[in-house]
Design a protein around this ligand. Sequence first.
Ligand code: SF4
Ligand code: SF4
Length: 386
Amino acid sequence: MNEITRLHAGSWTSRIREEARRLGFFKMGVARAGALPESSRFDAWLAQGMHGEMDYMRRQSARRRDPSLILDGIRSVVVLAMNYHSGERQAEDALKGKISRYAWGSDYHTLTKRRLECLMDFIRQLEPQARGVCYVDTGPVMEKVWGAQSSLGWIGKNANLISRDQGSWFFIGVILLDLELDYDSGSKDYCGTCTNCISVCPTGAIVAPYVVDARLCISYLTIELRGPIPRDLRSLIGNRIYGCDDCQEVCPWNRFAITTEEAEFWPQAGNVVPELVPLVTLSVEDFNSRFENSPIRRAQRDGFVRNVVVALGNSHKSEAVPALVQAVHDRSPLVRRHAAWALGQIPTSHARTALAEARRMERDPDVIEEIDTALAEGRSSERATD
Ligand code: SF4
Ligand code: SF4
């Protein structure tokens, strides 16, 4: 079959490219499959524990390095970019929460995967025996590295894949394929002397050019991390309640972003800088129904409300206190301990009384420790003010 596919490689590649465009992918890159030469950087990142609690990365590391462990007989990796930039702006308001742009619309996995499968159907019309596996984000595939191996773009110092045509506001889909195609030569690095992303990162998560320590990254802390957010990072998170776009917002290549035509990626009502206070009282059912078809569901209710109460603490506004008083009695200890911290950030007598009251009723040792710390910090700042 490989002899046959080699004969057709050129014409198939251009027809697949044409069909990918018709399906809404603004760019397609094709790389020859093989073990990845760049995997040593990934290995070092794992060895230093920078993946945090994302242990699936370690478990799947062999398949990430070598896609032939996923698809026997693999010849090509087809990488596709789908624009999600809606053109809206994030307003600055401490009592409103920032959500990462990619999560403003419907769940991208569904739409992008559907389109990849349509493309795979098209490939099977060209060659009925073709075998392929489609992934959007959740597979054991290093999409960004494959994107850089093909012509899709380069991995910037912020660790995002950047296209010279449209910047970095796009989803990446991958098809692993057992057909020989025409291969792209890969993209150059166009970061040059720019260091905007490194300077702007609120938590210093870009620990070296091209290296993001997930344990410090707000995207990881607000989406992937299931447990408590380390105390020293909470105030750096500001009002970001799901992800963080700062290192992309400042990237000069995003000047070339254009607005997506995919209506499913346009913002759903209330997803661009929502009011924080009403989000504190979301029950599990409310959360699941409000974010039913949204990537935000990944954070789960307790993780999301944890983020919301941290953002309210960072507002330092007395208007946040009544909602935080409710949250310090939430059924989730994770929410209660962050609510205690947040109340400690707002030095009003209402907040202090609520903390003292919660201290009398609380039984969970982790929450008690947070309350005690918040009360102690409040006392020392009072002394400093005196
Ligand atoms: Fe830093 Fe935010 Fe970029 Fe993470 S997403 S590296 S926290 S700027
Ligand atoms: Fe590269 Fe500058 Fe963009 Fe960072 S902000 S990814 S250094 S071009």
